[in-house]
Design a binder for this molecule. Structure first.
Ligand SMILES: *[C@@H]1O[C@H](CO)[C@@H](O)[C@H](O)[C@H]1NC(C)=O
Ligand SMILES: *[C@@H]1O[C@H](CO)[C@@H](O)[C@H](O)[C@H]1NC(C)=O
Ligand SMILES: *[C@@H]1O[C@H](CO)[C@@H](O)[C@H](O)[C@H]1NC(C)=O
Ligand SMILES: *[C@@H]1O[C@H](CO)[C@@H](O)[C@H](O)[C@H]1NC(C)=O
Ligand SMILES: *[C@@H]1O[C@H](CO)[C@@H](O)[C@H](O)[C@H]1NC(C)=O
Length: 459
């Protein structure tokens, strides 16, 4: 098993060395070959047979059935009826919970389902007292239950007016598509003993997203309050269509939004980060790079496009609630959105159909997004936990960089991986050659990396 951990070094250009290269062509060649040196080119981890078989079980027809059922509740506006058994957000909440309970029933006690809720008084777009309920399936780990990964969607929906809780609000793409991802993974993960025997997976379906991320803020604050070690949160919001508003399709790409500097960093932490140019190296970006590496392959049939932004302009989502509590969280969203199909009253204008309708969904695309989540989660679950307290010693002027961290005691060891500082994803890894303590005792890891190559060097 290729146990990738994200430890990043920074590269600088040693300009004086370039003068030694005789021609401009050899300069270009040397630059394009960088970084050679110790270690090997990083070969992305491929899903093994077990994971491949599990991902083949993710079924577009079941995703279609989930979305169709959620749309059939008429409206899922957060302020809609909570007691009517057929129409409104309460009916949707109860249906999701009862479906998840059928998954839990065959889990041998590993999975539990809960519906934590609270009363939200009027605030922002919540205009009346409203009970906000999340529907949460938890697959609890045995040895490391406090290490938690979250995959989520939001089950509330909206039309043109966010406070309109009367009219039909199908919300097929936004965000029954994300709920379908979370529900399929809840079903899949409990079926596999190896999915997370150690750690805890949480698949919530949050409410109150459209009015201001209320459900996810409640959930993330609760996790923080119980000192939960959330090591990754994957938010799926608008992941159900591959067709742009000009009718072109882009079925094999999925965008993943990754914030740079965590919102919780203090001014002095931000200053230290900027001092060493680590604005691009936050735990959120590293989680994103891990997902790109493990989940862009033939099993998912998806190319994960990392976007260096928290979200699209003027938009937000439930991952931000987790980032606000200091947890690394990313957002998946389809590559080309059609704004006529989201946050719109269902209507026809000049022959053009507006509204977030099932007919605009691509269930095969949605299933591929579920596989991206599944492969990423499974790979996180199989790997040791994120190293804690990573530091780089910059106290002495040297070509060597000494990294220290506190590792997961159950880890066999860690690989140090690196990329060009301007590179998006990881290029190369060193599975131990330069490092002192890559053995089982390496709880306190220490690794010196030294190299000069191609006119550039690591410091
Ligand atoms: C919700 O629906 C139930 C059942 O149809 C009805 O009795 C109740 O008055 C409705 N509640 C609200 C707030 O409209
Ligand atoms: C945090 O935990 C305390 C003690 O268990 C509890 O009283 C409080 O309501 C919790 N707050 C949140 C936001 O969950
Ligand atoms: C996209 O396809 C729909 C349905 O076939 C059609 O009504 C619409 O005019 C097309 N839009 C564009 C921009 O081509
Ligand atoms: C540091 O790297 C430079 C450039 O490659 C090299 O000239 C120098 O000898 C190195 N210094 C040490 C102490 O290794
Ligand atoms: C740098 O690391 C290399 C490889 O571990 C080692 O041989 C060398 O002595 C180190 N140099 C310094 C100046 O620490």
């Amino acid at each position: 098993m290729h146990l990738l951990q994200s430890v990043i070094l920074l590269g600088v250009l040693a300009v004086q060395a370039l003068a030694q290269l005789s021609t401009y062509e050899s300069f270009l060649q040397a630059a394009s070959e960088w970084p050679p040196g110790p270690g090997a080119e990083l070969v992305p981890q491929q899903p093994d047979d077990e994971l491949t078989a599990m991902m083949a079980e993710i079924d577009p027809a079941r995703i279609q059935a989930i979305i169709t059922q959620l749309v059939a509740f008429g409206t899922r506006n957060t302020m809609s009826n909570q007691t009517d058994p057929l129409r409104g957000i309460g009916a949707a909440r109860d249906w999701i919970a009862s479906e998840m309970r059928t998954f839990a029933a065959t889990s041998g006690g590993r999975m539990t389902v809960s519906v934590p809720s609270y009363l939200q008084t009027p605030s922002g777009s919540i205009i009346q007292n409203t009970v906000i309920s999340n529907v949460v399936a938890t697959l609890r780990g045995s040895t490391d239950p406090n290490r938690i990964y979250v995959v989520s969607g939001h089950y509330d929906s909206r039309v043109s007016s966010v406070t309109n809780f009367v009219d039909d609000s199908p919300g097929a793409d936004d965000d029954a598509s994300g709920v379908a991802v979370a529900m399929e993974l809840a079903r899949q993960s409990q079926a596999s003993l190896s999915f997370s025997s150690d750690l805890t997976l949480v698949t919530p379906n949050n409410a109150g997203e459209e009015q201001g991320l209320f459900g996810s803020a409640f959930m993330a604050a609760g996790l923080k309050n119980m000192s939960a070690d959330v090591q990754g949160m994957l938010n799926n919001d608008i992941v159900g269509s591959s067709t742009a508003d000009d009718n072109t399709t882009d079925p094999f790409n999925i965008r993943m939004f990754t914030q740079g500097i965590p919102s919780t960093e203090t001014l002095s932490e931000i200053t230290s980060r900027v001092d060493i140019g680590a604005e691009n190296d936050s735990p959120i970006r590293q989680l994103g790079r891990f997902v790109v590496e493990v989940a862009s392959n033939a099993v998912t049939q998806m190319n994960v496009q990392m976007v260096y932004r928290p979200d699209r302009f003027l938009r937000g989502g439930d991952h931000l609630s987790f980032i606000d509590q200091g947890y690394p969280a990313v957002r998946f969203t389809e590559p080309h959105e059609n704004f006529a199909h989201q946050h719109q009253d269902v209507r026809v204008v000049n022959g053009v159909q507006f509204g977030d309708l099932v007919e605009f969904c691509d269930f095969d695309f949605n299933a591929r997004v579920a596989r991206v989540n599944g492969v990423a989660l499974w790979s996180l679950a199989q790997a040791p936990g994120t190293p804690k307290g990573l530091t780089m010693d910059t106290s002495v002027l040297t070509n060597n960089s000494t990294l220290k961290w506190t590792g997961d005691p159950k880890a066999a060891g860690y690989e140090v991986v690196w990329r060009a500082s301007e590179g998006c994803v990881l290029d190369a890894c060193d599975p131990g050659g330069q490092c002192d303590e890559y053995d089982r005792a390496a709880v306190e890891g220490q690794c010196a990396v030294w190299r000069t190559c191609g006119g550039r060097k690591w410091v």
